[in-house]
Design a protein around this ligand. Sequence first.
Ligand SMILES: Nc1nc2c(ncn2[C@@H]2O[C@H](COP(=O)(O)OP(=O)(O)OP(=O)(O)O)[C@@H](O)[C@H]2O)c(=O)[nH]1
Ligand SMILES: [Mg+2]
Length: 336
Amino acid sequence: MYCDPDPKRENATLVMLVRNYEVDDALASMRQIEDRFNKRFRYPWVFLNDEEFTEDFKRLTTGMASGDTYYGQVPAEEWTWPEHIDREHAHERMRQMEADEVIYGGSLTYRHMCRYNSGFFFRHDLLNMFDFYWRVEPSVEFYCDMLYDPFKFMKDNGKKYSFVIAMPEYPLTIPTLWETTQEFARKYPQHIAPDNAVDFIVDGGRGLDGEFNSCHFWSNFEIGDLNFFRSEAYLKYFEFLDQAGGFYYERWGDAPVHSLAAALLLRKDEIHHFADVGYKHSPWMRCPSDDESHFSGRCLCNRHESFDEHVYSCLPRWFKISGRSAGSMPYHGDRY
Ligand SMILES: Nc1nc2c(ncn2[C@@H]2O[C@H](COP(=O)(O)OP(=O)(O)OP(=O)(O)O)[C@@H](O)[C@H]2O)c(=O)[nH]1
Ligand SMILES: [Mg+2]
């Protein structure tokens, strides 16, 4: 158990999986989160890497952090293909996906990364001591001050997963992810939550029998409850997917995996859309649409260029099933 010296803080951390050579991009993300939020709270940062962090990386990122910093290496056995994967077949599929110009279609390390983010990051030794995490990637941008503690908001409101951007996944990366998920749901109905968000991922009210509409939460931003990922339901789901082999024979991303899990294993009221966060992970940005965020000077972004307005945004589906609307800004508790 992580023993936080400040009782005002939640048992939570910022976390970044990152390579040494991405240090400048990591610092750029950190600077923004520190300025917009963390300098008032001083939450710790956990950095994870499949290789050892360099002294330079550690010194620079520790210098940028207002809270404590921790550096961990991913266990080698969690960053490789599992035994049951037919490597020759996987290589063949990778060559094919590369020829089909699927983004990262030919990359093995990208697959290791997606599998790691799907099944392991939340049980790394350094994260075992925390309840909540905020995932940060290198080179992301935050356009708005966050004047309250989102971890406290999550905890006080029973939220277990959250997002800012939702869009369709590229179907060529996940040809059999949905049928594998349907199989899981048939085999383990006890893990499917009542009042879940299946209507976000399947159109027309057809539930688990329908087709996946490819909508997923863009997981490069996530604030979530680590105990959800460490739950029996999620671990069973990950294990089931891992056995099916799609992390390697296809190119299942952690975003659709986390999203399908959140949509089916959680109640929909346990998922939160942070409507007040302005955020960019290239090439897409989104910006709060309400007047107050702009007239107060809290945000600096063009709401008319927001991905929320894009025809590909899945946010309207979320609003439909959650009963929220673009302008509604839920109460977020105390400001500091
Ligand atoms: N340590 C380590 N981190 C990685 C590796 N590959 C990706 N990551 C990290 O995993 C996260 C996701 O990888 P990205 O390359 O950003 O993947 P993406 O967001 O789908 O694609 P782009 O950002 O558009 O390139 C980022 O935080 C990366 O820094 C790797 O081989 N080693
Ligand atoms: Mg990225």
